[in-house]
Design a protein around this ligand. Structure first.
Ligand SMILES: [Zn+2]
Length: 378
């Protein structure tokens, strides 16, 4: 990792400045990505923008900025975006400042002030290194006043055509990825949370990591593979579980898709079953219902663990323990009349929940731990 402190005059950044809206903002003869495409997070308000100009006109220092250099000698602003944009926007006649009691746009500035602003030196750290070096450096360096999400950091490290296309689908409010995953996936596209989820899931499917996936694809022309994968997950959810419930929002859908999507499903039966499960107050974890159905369909043992079923209350179990005088009925059947401590026994549903048994006193027996495990495991 090379890090070099440079002084960059404002006029060099303004040279070739272009605000292309959705397609990003560039400067420095088009070589500096001031705001990457499909990311709209300019959050300074007007007084803050004006304060930046006044600071520069007085010749006071602005905090140091960071630019990241990629392989093709292009630069991206890692830290300093809002200060840079404020200066560019003022030079671009977007807002006036107050100076000596007058309100002035840039074209009304006296020559000496205009020159002072154009020659103002920005202090910039230029950072150069491999993608993974950049990523680990971004994670450790304390970038002033900025809390970047883990995916925002990755997006700075792995720039390229693949990322621009991925952002087009996943990275702004109202983006197509958010539209098709409405009701199923939570996350703020602006903070790159949808992109991160898509990458997490596709990495899981390919048995790799997000970083490795991004490194492998960063020079691809587009992110079609990722986008199509996302759509497949969403189509699969709609076809398998036609009825939408609020509990479905935010489930780990990609992981479920990776694990279960090749199985066959009878969706109308699943819908009817889920309606019953939703109304079943023996189930404490309603969000586990979908994974439970998928696991049962795949003949997995112990699928009820996803539901966090109600247990018997302590006083009910103590009462039953006394009635059984400390004996385990299954041990008795084996000719073993050992007396157990209460702490050595567990409450068992005589008729299991899956066969309609309820968590009620007449469906309770106390079993020794060994027999209770044996019973619940088949
Ligand atoms: Zn026993």
């Amino acid at each position: 990792m090379e890090i070099e402190l440079k002084q960059v005059p404002v006029k060099n950044v303004f040279d070739g400045y272009k605000d292309m809206d959705e397609a990003g903002v560039v400067g420095y003869q088009g070589q500096l990505n001031i705001r990457p495409p499909y990311q709209r997070n300019f959050v300074y308000d007007l007084p803050e923008e004006k304060a930046v100009i006044n600071t520069a006109l007085h010749g006071f220092p602005l905090n140091v900025m960071y630019w990241v250099i990629d392989d093709d000698e292009h630069y991206e602003v890692l830290d300093g975006q809002q200060r840079t944009l404020s200066i560019m926007r003022f030079l671009d006649h977007k807002f006036p400042i107050e100076w000596d009691g007058q309100t002035m746009y840039v074209d009304a500035l006296p020559n000496d002030l205009y020159e002072r602003l154009m020659n103002y030196q920005l202090m910039v750290y230029w950072c150069k290194g491999t993608d993974s070096e950049k990523l680990s450096w971004f994670k450790t360096v304390n970038i002033a006043g900025k809390k970047l999400t883990s995916q925002e950091l990755r997006n700075i490290a792995y720039v390229g055509p693949w990322l621009s296309d991925a952002k087009r689908h996943f990275s702004k409010r109202g983006c197509v990825a958010a539209k098709v995953s409405d009701h199923y996936v939570k996350g703020d596209p602006n903070r790159q949370e949808l992109l991160e989820k898509a990458l997490l899931w596709i990495a899981d499917a390919k048995d790799t990591t997000i970083e490795e996936y991004m490194a492998e694809h960063k020079s691809d022309d587009d992110a079609n593979e990722l986008w199509q994968y996302w759509q497949k997950i969403m189509d699969w959810i709609r076809m398998t579980f036609p009825q939408v419930y609020k509990e479905m929002n935010g489930l780990d859908w990609g992981t479920l898709y990776n694990k279960y999507h090749s199985n066959d499903y009878n969706s109308s039966k699943i819908d009817a079953d889920i309606q019953k499960l939703i109304d079943d107050d023996e189930i404490k974890k309603k969000k586990g219902i979908w994974q439970y159905k998928l696991a049962v369909n795949a003949n997995e043992a112990g699928a009820t663990k996803y539901l966090n079923l109600r247990g018997f209350p302590k006083d009910m179990m103590r009462k039953k323990y006394k009635e059984q005088e400390g004996h385990c009925p299954m041990c008795l059947e084996e000719g073993n009349d050992k007396m157990y401590q209460l702490s050595e026994m567990e409450g068992d549903h005589i008729t299991p929940w899956s066969e309609g048994g309820r968590t009620e006193e007449d469906n309770l027996q106390m079993l020794c731990k060994r027999h209770n495990r044996m019973k619940s495991n088949h």
